[in-house]
Design a protein around this ligand. Structure first.
Ligand SMILES: *Cc1c(COP(=O)(O)O)cnc(C)c1O
Length: 432
């Protein structure tokens, strides 16, 4: 057990804040947007998370998406135990990478060749490099409210008008680089058409979350992804689906399978690592053949294809492929959660709405149905803060931000969902 396990939480927080910016290794963990003391986790199992003070929570964060089976599922823990003794990294090719690549390629027809990396950020950054390298064009298109990791080109918010230049979301991002990033409203095919017409022959790629999962959950409007596909084909633009959340979550064939739209390239992360740090990017063979050492576009990684991460990912994907009950169960549970929360919204007459796409779900504190970033921005974040704190006190862990999806796992059974709903009922009552 680690040195600080039995220390006073206040002391540990103090030390953490001296050693790491905000005391965290990823900003959301500081609980800034809910203005609350952060939770420090001791352990987790199934649907439950236990903090260092011994308090137990039903967890709907599930590490922001990777834990589709819940925390520490025995079959993955056993796999890791068994393999750790064989070495934890080599710097050489292993059969495990080939096996995981084969599983992904079989599930995702557009992913004919792929590369393993260590995070979603690395995957999107690398895919964009390949698209630029292959097309010889500089500009990229992204959508408002979609998150693709923290690489420089992608940390952009839109300027005041649609066709104006974006501005960096963070100091340290060079404005001349951001000038190559065009930002378009999500679910607005007309705006996209205008944007592409105004930038003929200059756009290398378009990157999109096929179901937006980083502004709460915003599903694509009917026909939107098909329209995006057509426009990319017409303009010779590499279409990149960022399936870091949706990949193997919505369905075993991911969003591309669900919506029947094939991208030219795809990025994965989260679920394909079975709870360990993994990302992957891939796509059509002619594009991926341009990646070093086969082609001139450089990308590499010391720990990429890490054998432990591969074993965890293989175990997860095999189970997701072979157990036909998994996705129907996840969807049924998520639909139940949504239907019951919808009833509670009516019962308590709250200015709130829910949003769901298959097994991706979230609750917005705005009365309107949300289908755009503007809609998301109309949410009452102060009400979310009060809801979050109430739920936390009731032993339910939600993301410490209005703008995240809920991630119920297979370990969230009916009893656990009902316990959650009872807490929602109580906390809703306190919000009036
Ligand atoms: C989480 C996420 C990323 C970034 O992945 P990291 O592993 O955090 O770098 C990229 N795209 C999407 C859609 C994500 O949800």
């Amino acid at each position: 057990m680690h040195k600080y396990l039995n220390n006073d939480k206040a002391e540990l927080l103090l030390l953490a804040r001296q050693l790491m910016p905000g005391g965290v290794n990823s900003p959301v963990r500081a609980f800034g947007s809910v203005n609350h003391e952060p939770v420090i986790v001791e352990s987790a199992k199934g649907a439950y998370l236990t903090d260092i003070e011994g308090k137990r929570y039903i967890d709907y964060v599930c590490s922001y998406g990777p834990l589709i089976f819940g925390h520490a599922p025995d079959f993955i823990v056993d796999e890791l135990r068994e393999f750790a003794g064989h070495g934890t990294t080599y710097g050489f090719t292993t059969p495990h990478e080939v096996e995981l690549a084969e599983l992904i390629a079989e599930a995702y027809p557009a992913c004919e060749m792929l590369r393993m990396v260590n995070s979603g950020t690395e995957a999107t950054m690398s895919a964009i490099r390949v698209a630029r390298g292959c097309t010889g064009r500089d500009k990229i298109v992204k959508f408002e409210g979609c998150y693709h990791g923290h690489s420089d080109s992608l940390l952009v918010k839109s300027g005041s008008g649609l066709l104006t230049q974006g501005v960096p979301t963070s100091p340290g991002v060079v404005p001349s680089l951001i000038a190559e990033t065009l930002v378009c409203p999500y679910n607005d095919a007309d705006a996209l058409e205008q944007l592409l017409n105004a930038n003929q022959g200059r756009v290398a790629c378009l990157i999109i979350e096929p179901v937006a999962g980083n502004m709460g959950v915003v599903p694509p409007a009917e026909g939107f992804l098909q329209h995006v596909r057509e426009l990319c084909t017409r303009h010779g633009i590499v279409l990149i689906f960022d399936e870091v959340i949706t990949g193997f979550r919505l369905d075993y064939h991911s969003a591309a399978g669900v919506f029947g739209v094939q991208p030219d390239m795809v990025c994965f992360g989260k679920i394909i690592g079975g709870g360990l740090p993994v990302g992957a990017y891939g796509g059509r063979r002619e594009l991926m053949q341009q990646v070093s050492p086969l082609g001139p576009i450089y990308q590499g990684g010391t720990l990429s294809g890490n054998p432990l991460a591969m074993r965890a990912g293989i175990a997860a994907l095999r189970r997701l492929r072979d157990d036909k009950m998994i996705y129907p169960a996840l969807i049924e549970n998520t639909a139940y959660l949504q239907a019951e929360i919808d009833k509670l919204i009516v019962k308590h007459n709250l200015p709130a709405s829910t949003s769901r796409c298959l097994d991706m779900f979230c609750l917005f504190f705005t009365p309107q149905r949300v289908n755009s970033y503007a809609g998301v921005m109309s949410c009452d974040t102060e009400m979310y803060r009060r809801f979050f704190v109430g739920m936390l006190e009731a032993g339910i862990m939600l993301a410490p931000s209005q703008f995240e999806a809920w991630f119920p796992s297979l370990a969230h059974d009916k009893d656990i969902l009902d316990t959650t709903l009872a807490a929602v009922d109580k906390v809703f009552a306190s919000l009036q």
